[in-house]
Design a protein around this ligand. Sequence first.
Ligand code: HEM
Ligand code: HEM
Length: 126
Amino acid sequence: MNISRGFMIIGSLYLLVGILFGMYMGGSGDHSLAPLHAHINLLGFTLMMVFGLTYRQFPQMTKPILARLHFWLHQVGSLILLIMLFMMFTGRIEQSAMNPIAPIAELAILVGSAIFAYNLFRNSKE
Ligand code: HEM
Ligand code: HEM
């Protein structure tokens, strides 16, 4: 799988979902889903596009296993976190039920981002 393309295509799908939530909020006047909408757009679309474009700009970053690790940690972490946020903001689960899975998903995103930063530091020289 091409890491750069994978990030950008999946990111663009998050954008569609994020816009739909934005339209729902605008239409209904119920803005309680704003943090969910914000993170679908930012964690899903914006970050994934930035990651995808960075791997495209510095192809040597895609060689090490680091890129794959980052990709999967970000994908799995974001999907789990955003689904749990959706369930919490729509009242399907209590806030207390976010533990311990949501913090683990956040940790996955954090570790993935640290791997990305390290890979960028090591492999982004022109
Ligand atoms: C047609 C597309 C969109 C619509 C209809 C829409 C609609 C909304 C609405 C109604 C809110 C709640 C505002 C409030 O309660 O103060 C909101 C918040 C937000 N939106 Fe969007 N949005 C759209 C696209 C986007 C995109 C593409 C991004 C980012 C890439 C984005 C980022 C945000 C953020 C970060 C917030 C939270 C702002 C805050 O809490 O201060 N939105 N949006
Ligand atoms: C695992 C990663 C992240 C976690 C756990 C997290 C957590 C949070 C929390 C708890 C809030 C406050 C929400 C509220 O007031 O109800 C927040 C707000 C916000 N975050 Fe994040 N965040 C993450 C990633 C990001 C990223 C990557 C971006 C931008 C690229 C971002 C941008 C924002 C913005 C703009 C707000 C204010 C919007 C709003 O509350 O509606 N966050 N975040």
